[in-house]
Design a protein around this ligand. Sequence first.
Ligand code: GLU
Ligand code: ZN
Length: 296
Amino acid sequence: MTHPPETQPDSRQITRFAPSPTGPLHLGHAYSALIAAERARAGTFHLRIEDIDTSRARPEWEERIFDDLHWLGLRWPVPVMRQSERLASYRMALRRLWEDGLLYRCTCRRRDIEAALSAPQEGAPLHGPDGLIYPGTCRESGDRGPARPMPEDGVLRLDMGRAVARTGALTFRETGSGPNGETGDIALDPQEVLRTTGDIILARRDMGTSYHLSVVIDDAEQNITEVTRGQDLFEATRIHVVLQALLGLPTPVFHHHRLIRDDHGKRLAKRDDARAIAAYRAEGATPADIRRIVGL
Ligand code: GLU
Ligand code: ZN
C-alpha cells in the first residue's frame, strides 16, 4: 500500500499504544497497536497502561494485554509506564492550574447537572467529548485558587472560559483523519472550544486525576511525537491541546485512525469478547490472520 507523502511517518517517531486494562484486547486494539508500532518505524513504540480507574482496572487484564501484544509480534521498552504509579505528577500539574486560578471545586451530583440542563439553552450543544456539557453551577462559588488551598480530594473542573482566554487560538497537526475527514493543520477557535467542551473535569472523585490530564502529562513525559489512536478520541484532542498549552507542554502530532467495526457497523467495545484477540488465538488464528482481518 502506498501513502500520500504527508501521511508518511518520520523515521524517528515516538509513538504509543495506551490501553486501559479493563477487559480483553479486541481487533480494534490490535489495529491501533499495530498502526502505532508501524508509525514509529526506526523510532520507539511505547506501551503505556492507563489504569487510573482502579475500580475497573485489573492486573490479570494487564498480563493478557502484554501476552496478546507479544503474540502479535510487538516489542516495547520496559518497564512500561503505569498511570496508577504517577499520581504525584498529576497532582503537581493540578496544583499549577489551581494556583493559576484555572480550576474550581465542583460539588454537583449527576442529577444536579441533569436538572440544571433540563432548562433548554438555545443553540448550545448538550454533549461534548466528555459527556454532558457542565452548566457551570459551581464556577462562581469562589472555591478556587490561588486564594484557597487546593482540596486533596473531590472533583476539580477546568474553567474553560479562563483557559481559552489565556491560550488564545491554537492549532495542531493531524496526519490521519477525524471522523469528518479533518486532516492537516487544524485550527482551534477558542470560543468554539469553550462552547463544545465546557468546564470538563480534570480531577475525578476517588481518582485524583482524569483521562485528559493524565494522557497529556504522560505523552509529554514519554516524549511522544505522534499520538496514534482511534477516531473516537478526535473530539477530545481539542481538550488535550488546550491542556498542553496551559501546562507548557509540547503538542505532538496526532494520527487518528479509522475504527474497526463489527458486522453490523457498530464499533467494537471491551465487552465484545467474540472479537477478542484471545478468541481468535484460541481458534488457531495467526498474527498474519489478525492483520488481514483488520485490513493491514
Ligand atoms: N486509554 C485510552 C483507551 O483505552 C486511550 C488513550 C489514548 O490513546 O489517548 O481508550
Ligand atoms: Zn458543580
